[in-house]
Design a protein. Structure first.
Lengths: 178, 178, 178, 178
């Protein structure tokens, strides 16, 4: 069994790196004037959105592990599973930005978000399963309406991406805000 | 509430990564002789400047949190806000270097610096607000003339970039020195 | 002599970075539709495989050092040796993915895996040598059949890569599962 | 004043990132056969050399700070100065490898190594100055013949690079071994 601090430090490291390398997808424009900067604009906004998302996950991650002292193998792999989906965020962020929030990249972005949310739910369940139904965390999580609403929003956004991608992008912002 | 050590470790990680990936913007020159190296020269100096800036922020960041024990949600997001603007430093550094300190990139560099400085001020206020006006930090910060002078310098530098960018660059060096 | 926590933190950092920069090898496709995504497909699976491998190593690494309190110079360099081979994982992962699991990249992937496994065995021996044959770890490791089986599989997979690379890739998945 | 653990963690982070992003300079060859791999060969060896160098620095860095409890502003900046020169290692490693150990890149590599060694000496002096001449560290460092020999070797190697770069590269290996 591993101490929680270790798992947290590792997860912090991965999220810190993800948040930082995302900015590498902001490819430098060719020219040196303000007009050249406009080509970076969509990627910039995709970056802002993903930065906020990863910030939220980092924040939630800590609340989740706040009451945990030791982690089992199951929790460890549930956590790696979550990090796996989050590690794809820079890729989908860059792809979405570079294609000006086109349908397919927007849908893929939603898919990665959906898988992250599911991975988070699995991790949460694994921790609660270990601590018992009556634990502090189980109470705090409760029926977790926000979590379930997020899942629904992501599924909606993936479908909507092929109809009107702006509606889909608006949904991502909406989830981040709640 | 999060322990400060965690927030510090995360911020340290982000700044360490930023300082290191900046060097990736030093694109390897085509040829293998010293003449080829000359094309990297402006980016090198932009790199030195940004390295010093991030070093200063890292240093100040620690002094800021030295007396803080727990962080609230507000402080946490004020800190992420600061990291967001700093994460743009490698991008603007590379763009400024690649365009030989041209007007627009120099102005953008100043904008990112200005936003970082503002984000730092917000973070400082959030911490003082939490600790009370009579706290140690509130006293240490005092009227913070250096901070205010920096803000003025950045605004000046952004404007000057379109008149004479060297004057503007000189201002950045000046702020780093004080 | 170094405290183990330091060596662990450093190794954690390196593995966290490796797992994250691997995703940078997922080069963004040119187009913005789902068809364009197909070109990334093989690299994606190579990435999944390597992510699981590095996850396993990270997990094992902790179990290995769980009972160690101080590390000697020998252990330190054995650990750096292991990290060296693992640092090549993103490179071979990207090369294998980009060439659709062709013979040579698949063999090279196996070579890096083999060298990592050997480096791990050396590290294990260095720790046992220091702690004594009767130590807890020596008992836990025992005859380490899984470890030896892995080595055999990697050698087989390297040879098989030039006959039928899919058989070779299947072997990598098999080792990861056990 | 900053606790040493913080400065060490930050330095560890930077070195861990440097050692890892160096591998990004191993550009994937175009083809998928073993012949294509030959183009990566020189960069690979440059990478091995730099990996060992950074490993040595990381190791020495810890011995240096082993007896230090608090760091002053001077030590902090001396440390950042050292990290600055080390952050250039991936760049010069890649340039040297890509140009098959040509004269100019080999000389530049030596220059970065020389500056790192000088920065290390400055850091050492800053720590001793703070702890007093009779301190444990001052005794351990003694006349530091190895350190001085390294400096001489680097200067020699920079000059030799323009005469016979292989002799120069041999010197780098020699310094790493001692």
């Amino acid at each position: 069994m591993m101490r929680t601090t270790r798992l947290e430090a590792f997860s912090d490291g991965v999220i810190a790196i993800l948040i930082t390398i995302m900015v590498l997808e902001l490819r430098m424009p060719e020219g040196g004037d303000l007009a050249a900067l406009r080509t970076v604009w969509p990627t910039f906004w995709a970056y802002v959105l993903s930065f906020v998302y990863l910030g939220i996950y980092w924040n939630n991650h800590h609340h989740l592990f706040h009451v945990v002292e030791h982690v089992s193998g199951g929790i460890l792999w549930a956590n790696l599973h979550l990090l796996f989906w989050q590690s794809l965020v820079p890729f989908v962020t860059g792809w979405m930005g570079q294609n000006h929030f086109a349908a397919a990249p927007t849908a893929l972005y939603g898919l990665v978000m959906l898988m992250s949310a599911i991975a988070y739910t699995i991790l949460q369940s694994a921790i609660i399963a270990r601590q018992g139904r009556n634990s502090l965390l189980a109470g705090a999580v409760g029926r977790d309406r926000k979590g379930k609403l997020s899942l629904v929003c992501y599924v909606l956004a993936i479908g909507l991406a092929f109809v009107d991608q702006w509606l889909s992008d608006a949904l991502y912002v909406f989830v981040a805000v709640i």
